[in-house]
Design a protein around this ligand. Structure first.
Ligand SMILES: [Zn+2]
Ligand SMILES: [Zn+2]
Length: 269
């Protein structure tokens, strides 16, 4: 099994160390890990969080890299913000990443996980549309990313009774996002943290995966978004079943920013 979305304690909210992951992975049959530490630019935000020092991250990563024992890839999860495109792309272009996940954590200058005022004064639909409109802007502006992370991330927050985002409810904006991703040769990830957040499904919802495929999308990566060892590759068997039900036969694993395709049947226990 290969996990393409993993945070260590180098990320501000990660718990386990690289070496703890390497030990744990070999115990549970994970043969490849792509580390994807958080890079969110907190400029102009009222927070004590510090933006990742990528040089330190890279140096630590290299200390532990030993593909003879377990294959690891150097990745990053960048928080995309429309006004920071030049700064962020300039920064990421300086490092030899294998894989870049572009995600929306901070939307309209609010960190949705920490600052619930993002939702104040908006209906559920309006808040979700604000989020998706910014996702679309990011997709159009940014080039230096490989897949969009947890595309329906906003469902974790907002506190609405209905957490599911049905494709039909947001089809116009979702189609625009998916079409632009496909045109740019970008993928989406299936992120199993949704199961751990009690959503009953990975991110994104199955009907969004289905629509990406209908529109011609071919690149799906699979990641747990683990912040501690015991979440590594968690819920992957269910996720692979979902992908097969949607009609995918392969998932992508990026090396040097190029997708290599792995047959799903070879990953199933
Ligand atoms: Zn994320
Ligand atoms: Zn993450």
């Amino acid at each position: 099994m290969k996990d393409c979305h993993v945070h260590t304690n180098i990320s501000h909210d990660g718990i386990s160390s690289i070496s703890e992951y390497l030990t744990y992975a070999s115990k549970i049959g994970v043969d490849e890990i792509t580390f994807t530490e958080h890079y969110d630019d907190y400029t102009d935000l009222d927070t004590n969080l510090k933006t990742l020092n990528i040089s330190e991250y890279y140096n630590t990563y290299l200390l532990y890299k030993n593909d003879d024992i377990l294959k690891t890839n150097f990745g990053i999860e960048i928080g995309l913000q429309p006004d920071l495109v030049f700064k962020t792309e300039d920064m990421v272009s300086r490092y030899p990443f294998d894989f870049i996940i572009g995600s929306s954590h901070i939307t309209c200058k609010k960190d949705m996980a920490m600052d619930k005022s993002f939702f104040d004064g908006y209906s559920r639909k309006e808040a979700y549309l604000r989020y998706f409109n910014e996702v679309l802007q990011n997709v159009m502006l940014y080039n230096e990313f490989d897949v969009y992370g947890h595309l329906d991330y906003i469902v974790r927050y907002g506190g609405y009774a209905s957490t599911k985002i049905e494709y039909d409810e947001f089809k116009e904006i979702l189609d625009e996002i998916l079409v632009h991703l496909i045109k740019k040769g970008k993928g989406i990830e299936l992120n199993t943290s949704g199961n751990r957040y009690g959503l009953g499904t990975p991110h994104p919802n199955m009907d969004i995966l289905q629509r990406y495929k209908e529109l011609g999308g071919k690149i799906i990566t699979l990641g747990s978004d683990a912040h501690k060892t015991t979440d590594l590759a968690r819920n992957f068997d269910d996720a692979l079943d979902i992908l097969e039900n949607v009609g995918y036969k392969e998932i992508a694993v990026y090396h040097k920013r190029i997708p290599d395709f792995v047959k799903i049947e070879t990953l199933k226990k």
